[in-house]
Design a protein around this ligand. Structure first.
Ligand code: ZN
Length: 394
């Protein structure tokens, strides 16, 4: 994108389309000739299109209206976690044109991981047959600590990798601008564009999977702090004598309430619960222990499975209540399989928030499940690029 004014005009068209040149001038406070010339540039770039308005005011000449040409260009989004890398290509309004996921079974080395990322981007470009020149940017949502300014992954606790030069390596290979962000912060930005965060100036996105993280939206912007590492709720301490966490500390929330923590607790307490249906499935039927299986046992009424899930829900609820008390968002968006599998986690979670949030009766905080679900992170990666195109402040 060439100039700040171009982004401003594009963003007004996005928010108000169809819109005339005169209305753009009014809303942006740019002069009509400036708007005209910016609009011409955008039309030349094929980023917007003109159409005749269907009606006119007071029988005058019908104005020419402008719209974003969403399918003229594409964006690549990549989401990398410890167990999966997913790559998508979308139009500028987030319509997924191509979707590819690759499961990771063994921990890759730094070089292997970078090679895998490059291969996946080559693969989606090749398979989708989309011309590289029509790709506006690559957004990268990476789990763990990330420096978006440098475009590096500082520390990936689940992959056991440090200092990955994501931006530099991918830009060198593809010659397309790359934006890197932490996965949960990308998810929160994704929610603000396409999901439950639309039109909400202050909300928190809490994501629970193999790890636990949060994205904090304040005054319509993601909060990063000067260190770019804000929101690591998963590594706030519940008990210094608690179980070991992937980060090296003891007793982090993540070591109590992540999917991995839930599965680990089942394994540790298996022998104390010989009558449990879940334990019967694991030992006699040799079923594989997965988070879905724990929920299946809970649904069948297994008290062991129910109590483990309830405890995890309580820990998460207490952590969320602390966060809410501190930041007072108007909405809390939760994402993760454990929230989608019914009330075993969600009920104790909401109960703790209700009980332990310090607030007055008129403060209503909406707790909702993400509508983007598993696609949220990779769509979030797309919005990293959209933000650069449409938001002049970014
Ligand atoms: Zn930790």
């Amino acid at each position: 994108m060439k100039s700040l004014n171009q982004s401003t005009v594009l963003n007004v068209i996005r928010l108000k389309e169809p819109i005339s040149r005169a209305e753009i001038a009014k809303l942006t406070k740019l002069t009509p000739p400036t708007v005209s010339s910016l609009v011409s540039e955008l039309i030349d770039q094929n980023l917007i299109t003109e159409e005749q308005a269907s009606s006119s005011k007071a029988g005058g000449r019908k104005p020419i209206m402008l719209r974003i040409n969403y399918s003229a260009y594409y964006i690549i989004g990549v989401y990398a976690a410890a167990e999966v890398i997913r790559g998508i290509i979308t139009t500028m309004d987030g319509k997924i044109m191509f979707d590819h996921r690759k499961d990771i079974h063994e921990l890759p080395s730094k070089d292997e991981f970078m090679k895998l990322i490059i291969e996946i981007i080559h693969f989606i470009l090749h398979q989708s047959k989309i011309n590289k020149d029509s790709i506006l940017g690559i957004g990268f949502a990476m789990h763990g600590l990330v420096n978006p300014d440098k475009g590096t992954a500082i520390f990936s606790p689940h992959l056991h990798l440090t200092d990955l030069p994501l931006k530099e390596t991918i830009e060198e290979e593809f010659n397309i601008p790359v934006t890197v962000e932490n996965d949960v912060r990308a998810l929160a930005i994704g929610e603000s564009w396409f999901g439950q965060g639309q039109g909400i100036p202050d909300f928190i996105c809490l994501s629970v999977g193999r790890g636990i993280g949060s994205g904090i939206f304040i005054h319509n912007e993601i909060y990063q702090s000067s260190f770019h590492t804000a929101g690591e709720i998963g590594h706030t301490i519940i008990d210094v004598n608690g179980p070991k966490c992937q980060c090296g500390n003891n007793g982090c929330l993540e070591a109590y309430a992540s999917e991995s923590a839930i599965l680990q607790r089942i394994v540790y307490e298996e022998s104390n619960n010989p009558d449990s249906l879940l334990v019967h499935w694991l030992t006699d039927d040799k079923k594989e222990l997965t988070i879905k299986l724990v929920f299946e046992a809970a649904k069948a009424g297994d008290p062991f499975a129910i109590s483990v899930l309830t405890d995890a829900g309580r820990y998460l609820g207490i952590a969320a209540a602390n966060m809410i008390t501190l930041l007072k968002p108007s909405k809390l968006i939760v994402e993760g399989t454990i929230f989608e599998e019914g009330y075993f986690i969600l009920d104790p979670f909401k109960e703790m928030i209700k009980k332990y949030t310090f607030n007055s009766s008129h403060e209503v905080i909406d707790v909702v499940c993400s509508s983007l679900g598993k696609t949220g992170m990779v769509l979030g990666a797309i919005t990293l690029v959209l933000q650069k195109i449409f938001n002049p402040n970014n």
